[in-house]
Design a binder for this molecule. Structure first.
Ligand SMILES: [Zn+2]
Length: 470
């Protein structure tokens, strides 16, 4: 292990500025200023102080600016060149430093200095426990990317401020790089550093798209749609009263929830072109946000709005998108999970309870309920779905009363088996909201029906396909 570097004994402090290694004086003002010094020191140490500091700095300059390699590669190259013994044993002391447009989505340990363009706290559920994560968008001179801090602790990020995000790892999602900070990650304010985001990094991505194609991570979009619903609500934001305007906007491919902090005088039934709106997701459900950069213009309606009872998607489509409102899926029930059948709910909070104990209210007298946790497969993928009592009764023909009777006579386990027997391998249609968490997307079913497979028309359809391909 390389010892942690606390007081740089270098006479001169080096830093990378626009990828040029320059001496910046003997005062350490910011975290950025000492960025390179430990690495120079480390190379000196590995080379047993046989190579002058000046030579090392010149080499670093060459590697970083002429060869455009990462800091780690540069260090390895220099050590190899000056015969620094066992290069393989050399462990990089720190992460690679990268600009946002250099990120490939495969980084395991990378440092990024960036400005917080957008930030919010999100609540997620992990193994039944609710926790808060911080996510948003980071930007530097080269581009923007979304980020998530999984263990934020007491970290408070301020929109518009610049920070050093240390020991990040990156992933690709829908061809976009996502920056993650896990247990090892650290965030430090980069005081005195300012980053100017070129207009284009936010505006350039604003591409016209259909509402049905909108997905998380798209950034800025331009859509045309009809206002289906509209409401103005007064909310408190940081102790100040504000009005939020929200509702549903739809085109001929889908619908999406929108929200705006500015009063654009929207009216139900009118068709608008929304330019430079940005996409954020709540539990995987994309939402259209009309922020300060947003421009709205009224246009003549040129399409029929999608049937608002539900937009039909394949499971593969909805899994790629991450979520959506009033989605209809059709497929076969291939599995039923634990927690299905007869359950008890807390009379105060309606949570399902185990052994008469509510996680919030302790010992309670539970109310009986019936539900199913099914897995639906449509050939393109599989998704979990929670079916309420009414639809469980419709789909299986087993009523709550019958289930209670069965449980009294033969035990609760029998109910789950009976319910499973009625629904497994049946083709059904379900409509509801699809949301994502750590386990992927799942649907809270609002309505469901059994699909009667019309054998004759299926056979004719197949025949048509065969004839069409001849
Ligand atoms: Zn409760």
């Amino acid at each position: 292990m390389i010892p942690t570097f606390i007081n740089p004994p270098c006479a001169v402090i080096y830093t990378v500025r626009d990828w040029t290694v320059v001496p910046t004086g003997d005062k350490v003002d910011t975290m950025a200023e000492i960025e390179l010094t430990p690495h120079v020191e480390e190379i000196k140490r590995v080379l047993e102080n046989k190579v002058d500091e000046e030579v090392i700095v010149n080499e670093l300059n060459k590697y970083l600016n002429e060869y455009h390699v990462t800091l780690d590669s540069a260090k390895r190259g220099i050590i190899r060149k000056y015969g620094g013994g066992d290069v393989a044993a050399f462990t990089p002391a720190g992460a690679v430093v990268k600009k946002i447009d250099e990120l490939t989505g495969t980084e395991q340990n990378v440092d990024i200095q960036a400005k917080v363009v957008y930030v919010e706290n999100k609540s997620i559920t992990v193994k039944g426990l609710s926790k808060t994560i911080v996510s948003g968008i980071l930007g530097d001179e080269t581009g923007t990317a979304s980020f998530t801090i999984w263990e934020p602790g007491s970290v408070m990020l301020e929109k518009g401020s610049v920070y050093n995000f240390k020991n990040c790892y990156c992933k690709l999602w829908n061809d976009k790089v996502q920056i993650n900070l896990g247990n090892r990650g650290r965030v430090e304010p980069a005081s005195g550093v300012s980053i100017d985001l070129p207009e284009r990094t936010i505006a350039v991505n604003s591409s016209e798209c259909k509402i049905g194609d909108i997905r998380d991570g798209m950034g800025s979009v331009t859509v045309t749609g009809r206002i289906v619903t509209y409401e103005a609500r007064n909310v408190m934001v940081k102790g100040e009263p504000k009005t939020v305007y929200s509702g549903i906007i739809a085109d001929d491919t889908g619908k999406i929830q929108y929200s705006a902090w500015n009063d654009f005088s929207l009216k139900e039934g009118e068709t608008i072109c929304v330019k430079n709106a940005y996409i954020r997701s709540w539990k995987g459900i994309p939402q259209l946000n009309m922020g300060d950069r947003c421009e709205i213009s009224r246009v003549d309606s040129v399409f029929d709005v999608v049937d608002t009872s539900g937009s039909k998607k394949t499971i593969d489509e909805i899994t790629r998108i991450g979520g959506g409102l009033d989605i209809t899926l059709e497929g076969m029930v291939v599995d039923m999970r634990a927690g299905s059948g007869l359950i008890k709910r807390c009379p105060q909070c309606n949570r399902s309870i185990l052994n008469g104990v509510c996680t919030a209210h302790g010992q309670v007298n539970g109310t009986p309920d019936l539900r199913m946790k099914i897995v639906l497969d449509d050939g393109t993928g599989a998704i979990g779905a929670i079916v309420n009592r009414k639809d469980t009764e419709t789909l299986t023909g087993i009523t709550l009363k019958a289930a209670e009777g069965l449980a009294m006579a033969q035990g609760e386990g029998v109910v789950a088996r009976e319910v499973a027997g009625k629904i497994l391998m049946k083709r059904i249609s379900i409509t509801g909201n699809v949301m994502s968490d750590d386990y992927g997307p799942s649907m809270i079913v609002k309505s469901a029906s059994v699909l009667d497979v019309d054998v004759v028309s299926e056979a004719n359809k197949l025949l048509d396909e065969v004839e069409g391909s001849l």
